[in-house]
Ligand binder design. Structure first.
Ligand SMILES: CC(C)(COP(=O)(O)OP(=O)(O)OC[C@H]1O[C@@H](n2cnc3c(N)ncnc32)[C@H](O)[C@@H]1OP(=O)(O)O)[C@@H](O)C(=O)NCCC(=O)NCCS
Length: 200
């Protein structure tokens, strides 16, 4: 049996659910990725209220801390169902929550998942998103048995495109005006990495 076919049998919905009901902590050189908690609300509001951070995201800046608290309560409920796949990115030295990274969705029938990430502006430019994303991709291949991990960015978001490139994802093209976001059509770029490429 070809490797691809063996892998295709491995990603089942139950495994994803069981894994993310209590997302395992992942440590990297400078970061700890852990479950998002209600107590993170101040740290999260710090970047979630920043229009520079949300410029290329589907959501708009949080208006007040209450909105962030409500969002984290929603996240808690989704974790409980095993249906939320993001980790908090925390600074290993200070414990501060400085962003999120994880899977935005899975397609178990096709053994694939999509990743995403957001970072507090104070921490941009130090390769932190790439460090977190590499750990998440490794987790997706090693622990979830995925075959393909993809990511997309809104054209113009050069910083995010670079992160995808730096972790070894391959550019697959642009879908022109494929999303309607905040009142405008935007073109979207696609990157992906396959398990065999990652092992190499
Ligand atoms: C995209 C994002 C996560 C990148 O994180 P990061 O840890 O700063 O990424 P890197 O340090 O690897 O920098 C990536 C590129 O951004 C550029 N860059 C870095 N710091 C920058 C800054 N302060 N301002 C503008 N561009 C900057 C550089 O070109 C860099 O590439 P290089 O390493 O080849 O020089 C971060 O900018 C962010 O959170 N943006 C808002 C949310 C977002 O857009 N998420 C992605 C949605 S698809």
């Amino acid at each position: 049996m070809k490797n691809e076919q063996k892998e295709a049998r491995n990603t089942d919905r139950d495994l994803i659910k069981r894994t993310f009901i209590e997302p395992p902590t992942i440590k990297t050189e400078r970061l700890i990725l852990r479950r998002m908690e209600k107590r993170d609300f101040r740290d999260m509001f710090e970047y979630a209220s920043d229009p520079d951070v949300t410029r290329y995201l589907l959501w708009s800046p949080h208006r007040n801390e209450r909105q962030t608290v409500q969002y984290l309560a929603y996240v808690k409920g989704r974790y409980k169902e095993g249906a939320f796949y993001d980790w908090a990115i925390t600074d290993r030295e200070t414990g501060k929550m400085i962003g999120t990274c994880g899977f935005s969705s899975f397609n178990p029938d096709h053994n694939s998942g999509e990743v995403g990430y957001v970072l507090n502006k104070k921490y941009w430019g130090c390769g932190i998103a790439a460090e977190a994303l590499s750990a998440v991709i490794r987790f997706g291949f090693a622990r979830l048995g995925l075959h393909r991990i993809e990511a997309k960015y809104m054209v113009g978001n050069e910083q995010s495109r670079r992160v995808m490139e730096k972790v070894g994802m391959k550019f697959e093209g642009i879908h022109r005006d494929s999303m309607f976001v905040k009142g405008c059509f935007v073109s979207v770029g696609y990157f992906a990495v396959l398990s065999g490429e990652w092992r190499k």
